[in-house]
Write a protein that binds this ligand. Structure first.
Ligand SMILES: C[S@@+](CC[C@H](N)C(=O)[O-])C[C@H]1O[C@@H](n2cnc3c(N)ncnc32)[C@H](O)[C@@H]1O
Length: 387
């Protein structure tokens, strides 16, 4: 046994040592670790602001879970909703939230600290900037409420990384995620995740529509299009584009119901099937994949992209839109950390860099590839691909 191990070790290629950049970073880390260096950096006028911002940033990470829970409580108790139409006296907020005065004041104090509310000197409470945004957007509130599941999955983060904690709530919610589970999605499962996806499109669709002009196309099909929130947004911006959607049968059925009140000539076609096993409808000069690839492992993504490619002709365009990984902006870094861990808890998929998606699209037979940023990298980046 010992001989086998040493033989296999001797076949492993020698790991080259760290290059100068890694050595420089390690030197910098040693300096930053020294309290006297940090004091000096805060004293020097040109590094003071940076150094303080770094300190605040780290503290925000260390305490971040408390802020998330205060936000959750502010939504869940109805505090923000109660302030939706103007200033409310603290005593009336007690009735609206069901909280005793002492507890309510503590929630208000914490919520004010993270700019959800402002308690005025007159004893009235109003929404502050972050609170106003959360209260105005049902999609953000849906995501905040949804995080209750994720908090439970993250209660043992080490177990999540070792793989010991694989029976997660997110895995149960996203019932198609993981190889071969897509056909077992039942209508109740589809409803649970599709309503969340539809609500959260309010944050995303404008970003995508501002970054790419879909008005240049005649027919668009949104593959993995959920219950149709994205194509509804496309219709609002580009009424002349004919729209259709492809998703698993119970989800496509929900989309059909959503559009059932529309006049027949404007009603999008909603196709039910598996984008892995069924041929996709042909003749669409634009195909979109919105928040679809990151749910799946590379082999599944490749199969899907090949299927999409097979339904397209030269001159047609595929627009891939989802949060992508990277280090070049705060939005990308947030997206990397959040979606990377989200899909880990889901048990399937990866938050990929734009370059990784380009490489997969190229392997699937696309030749003209462009990466296009959206305003908020946290929401999405686009990869535009043509055969
Ligand atoms: C994360 S959701 C995104 C939905 C929508 N594009 C959006 O951004 O709101 C992924 C979608 O892919 C669909 N999906 C997953 N596996 C599928 C498959 N094999 N065939 C068709 N659709 C599938 C799911 O039903 C779900 O609607």
């Amino acid at each position: 046994m010992v001989a086998e191990v040493s033989a296999s070790r001797s076949r492993m290629p020698a790991q080259p040592g760290p290059d100068w950049r890694s050595r420089l970073r390690a030197w910098r880390a040693r300096q930053v670790a020294r309290p006297e260096f940090r004091r000096f950096a805060q004293w020097l006028p040109f590094s003071r602001a940076y150094s303080r911002a770094q300190e605040a940033d780290l503290f925000a990470i260390v305490t971040g879970f408390v802020q998330s829970q205060v936000l959750f409580a502010a939504v869940e108790t109805g505090l923000l909703a109660a302030l939706g139409s103007g200033p409310v006296a603290v005593a009336d907020l007690g009735r609206a939230t069901g909280l005793a005065e002492d507890r309510l004041r503590r929630l208000l104090q914490a919520a004010q600290a993270i700019r959800l509310v402002k308690v005025g000197g007159d004893g009235f409470v109003t929404l502050a900037d972050h609170g106003a945004v959360v209260q105005s957007d049902e999609g953000i509130r849906a995501m905040i409420r949804h995080h209750a599941l994720m908090y439970r999955d993250l209660s043992d983060p080490v177990g999540l990384f070792t793989g010991a904690n694989s029976d997660t709530e997110l895995r149960r919610l996203w019932s198609y995620a993981g190889s071969g589970r897509e056909t077992s999605v039942r209508p109740g499962d589809a409803a649970a995740y599709s309503t969340l996806m539809a609500a959260s499109q309010s944050m995303l669709a404008d970003e995508i529509l501002d970054a790419y002009d879909f008005g240049r196309h005649k027919w668009l099909i949104d593959v993995g299009g959920g219950e149709g929130a994205f194509i509804s947004a496309v219709a609002g911006r580009h009424p002349a584009v004919r729209l259709s959607l492809f998703d698993l049968p119970p989800v496509a059925e929900r989309a059909r119901l959503r559009f059932s009140g529309q006049p027949l000539d404007q009603c999008p076609h909603c196709h039910g099937g598996s984008f892995l096993d069924d041929p996709l409808p042909r003749g669409n000069d634009c195909v979109t994949l919105v928040r679809v690839l990151f749910d799946h492992e590379d082999a599944v993504v490749l199969k899907l992209l090949r299927n999409v490619r097979a339904a397209m002709e030269p001159g047609h365009t595929l627009v891939i839109a989802e949060p992508m990984a990277g280090d070049s902006s705060r939005g990308q870094r947030l997206s990397t950390a959040y979606f990377g861990i989200y899909v880990l808890a889901m048990g399937s998929g990866r938050c990929r860099t734009p370059a990784e998606i380009v490489a997969l699209a190229r392997s699937a037979g696309f030749s003209s590839l462009e990466i296009r940023p959206c305003r908020s990298a946290l929401m999405a980046t686009l990869v535009i691909a043509r055969p």
